[in-house]
Design a protein around this ligand. Structure first.
Ligand code: ZN
Length: 232
């Protein structure tokens, strides 16, 4: 299994479960430090470290961890990884309390109690700063936060203007190379997630990275827009 997959200049997908079941992303900033997006499930540190090594980086080179949302397969690995990396952790303001309390937002669907079982093991994660919708973070000439609520209240996607790369978080999935909406069972508000994700279609997108699924490279925009339009 590959340790990383390059999406664009300075943007790498790091599979932490199987080849693409759960992904993190490493973005190399202009100062050659790393912005890590998500840290996978608890126990992902080995894979994260090996992946960083494969692109010539160490945990100490990571200067920030951005979280797409407060679910255990995205933030479960933060504390352990951070015992090596000591990076500030940032999340959208509406998911901050879930991260800090180590509790996933309540899913709408009562069946999702099964999922809560997993989240009972969620660790509390200290948050150093929060971001808001449309905020442009000071990485890679501006990394935009796009608030895509519904999967969780503070779910965020990220857009790298420099390369036209969109990191969806769980706003969209691409398992078996088929774009789909967020998995209903895991959403705090599934209807909202379907509405909020529509705005991703307004971006000038070249590549898309998913947390669950393989990337779409080169002119990903047409596929994305076709998907979104078909679901209006
Ligand atoms: Zn999630």
């Amino acid at each position: 299994m590959e340790k990383t997959v390059k999406l664009a200049e300075g943007i790498y997908r790091i599979p932490t479960v199987l080849s693409y079941a759960v992904n993190s992303y490493a973005l190399i900033d202009d100062d050659s430090k790393v912005v890590l997006i998500d840290a996978g499930l608890k126990g992902s540190t080995k894979k994260l470290v090996a992946a960083l090594e494969s692109i010539g980086k160490t945990p100490e080179d990571v200067k920030t961890i951005l979280l797409t949302h407060a679910h255990s397969d995205h933030m479960g690995g933060v504390n352990n990884f951070n015992s090596k990396s000591h990076s500030p952790v940032c999340i959208h303001i509406d998911d901050e309390k879930f991260a800090v309390n180590g509790m996933a937002p309540k899913p709408q669907n009562p069946l999702a109690k099964v999922f809560n079982l997993f989240d009972r093991n969620m660790e509390k994660v200290a948050i150093d700063s929060t971001f808001k919708d449309d905020e442009v973070l000071n990485f890679r000439d501006g990394l935009s936060v796009i608030h895509t609520p519904g999967h969780t209240p503070g779910h965020a996607s990220f857009y790298d203007k420099k390369t036209g790369t969109l990191i969806t978080g769980d706003a969209l999935f691409n398992m078996r190379d088929k774009i789909s909406f967020s998995v209903r069972l895991f959403c705090s508000d599934f209807k909202l997630s379907k509405v909020s994700v529509q705005r991703l279609g307004d971006l000038e997108v070249e590549n898309i990275g998913f947390m669950h699924g393989r990337e779409i490279l080169n002119d990903a925009q047409s596929l994305l827009r076709t998907f979104l339009k078909s679901k209006l």
